[in-house]
Design a binder for this molecule. Structure first.
Ligand code: PLP
Length: 375
């Protein structure tokens, strides 16, 4: 018999049954009142998660569509500084360089950002700063508030990829001084892939570039927002799902949700350390570990296929591998969205079982259980 699988990757996440059901209904016109009410609920809910009172535009497209919409729409800048300490930081630089001069400040993947190096780039004449809050490829949390503060010193526009932090970790866009932030539906929000949301404050419009891609021109989304509509036909079933996902978030409460995410990732880290495994990220502060995903070095003598292949085949559980030069060198466990204690314990037990066949780890489930007692 084939059982349902369990996705423990950093997006798309395992879906709550209610969200699966929400998508399965008749279509509606996207210019009617019924759709506008759904959209209003989504926009208001997302504002809360971004920590903003400003506009939130919802685009039908993956997270990268949101990144490109944000960067291209506000690319009327002489130069943009992009912070790169992982795959998604690298992506910001590659998007930005299509629209303006990008100065990519690179750091070793898995290491903390050196704020002095970022400041040097800003001081050399950048008018914008783009960075990733939660760097999913290495499982590190970058210091968003400090970066925004630094940018403000140079009066630079601040664009933040919050794709794997918004809805799972603390994000206070307005308070931190972030001008533009982006989230994707399939990560901490717990919805299926296919929607991106971009939160934009008023200041960002001073940097508006009308030569941005037509479909991703945020001015068109801005114009339609008072009617609670999108400029073009949205992915309507995904709005049904997003609405339900946001209802689940409201029921849980954002504070509780953040606490749950923090405990789940801490449980994975403490299990890994107790098991004798090595975390990939080596942040300067323990608070710079990601609260939504964990990256663990693949133990000596174990291949990606040995671990992830067997996990998939025997347990139906999927965890992620490494990206780019980290392929086969690390594996990543996503603990985001609506996964909970039992999913985490089941995943760790299965990973441990497989690694123990290679004498590559020690039994350590008690360490995770201890942390998750608080849930
Ligand atoms: C997943 C992810 C993206 C890209 O999102 P897509 O939905 O795959 O386009 C961008 N940034 C971060 C930090 C991510 O985790």
């Amino acid at each position: 018999m084939k059982f349902d699988g369990l996705l423990m990757i950093p997006g798309p996440v395992h879906l709550h049954e209610r969200i699966i059901r929400a998508m399965s209904r008749q279509m509606m016109g996207h210019r009617g009142k019924e759709f506008s009410e759904i959209m209003r609920y989504c926009v208001d809910g997302l504002k809360e998660l971004f920590g903003t009172k400003h506009d939130v535009y919802i685009i039908s497209g993956s997270g990268t569509a949101g990144l490109e919409a944000a960067i291209a729409s506000f690319s009327n800048v002489r130069r943009i500084t992009c912070v790169d300490n992982g795959k998604f930081g690298d992506r910001l630089g590659r998007i930005a360089s299509r629209y303006t001069e990008a100065d990519v400040v690179r750091f070793e993947w898995g290491k903390s950002i050196d704020l002095d190096a970022v400041e040097k780039s800003l001081a050399e004449g950048s008018e914008a700063l783009a960075f990733v809050h939660n760097e999913t490829s290495t499982a590190m949390l970058n210091p968003a508030e400090e970066l925004a503060k630094l940018a403000k010193k140079y009066n630079a526009l601040v664009i933040m990829d919050g794709i794997t932090s918004v809805g799972g970790d603390e994000v206070k866009m307005d308070k931190w001084g972030i001008d533009v932030a982006i989230v994707g539906s399939q990560k901490c929000l717990g919805a299926p892939p296919g929607l991106a949301a971009v939160a934009v404050n008023d200041r960002a419009w001073d940097y508006y570039n009308e030569k941005c891609p037509f479909y991703l021109d945020l001015a068109a989304y801005r114009k339609k927002l008072p009617d609670m509509q999108t400029p073009y036909t949205p992915a309507v079933p995904l709005f049904f799902a997003l609405e339900e996902a946001l209802r689940i978030i409201e029921e849980e409460g954002l504070e509780n949700r953040i606490r749950r995410h923090r405990l789940m990732s801490r449980a994975v880290r403490e299990w890994a350390i107790e098991a004798g495994l090595q975390l990939f990220a080596e942040p300067e502060e323990p608070s710079d570990y990601s609260n939504t995903v964990t990256a663990i070095r693949m133990p000596e003598g174990v291949t990606d296929k040995d671990l992830r292949g067997t996990l998939q085949k025997e347990y139906g559980i999927t965890v992620s591998g490494g990206q780019e030069h980290l392929k086969g060198k690390i594996f990543r466990i996503g603990t985001m969205g609506n996964v909970c204690k039992r999913h985490v314990i089941a995943t760790l037990a299965a990973v441990q079982d497989i690694l123990m066949r290679y004498d590559a780890c020690k039994p350590a489930l008690h360490a995770a259980i201890e942390v998750l007692k608080e849930l």
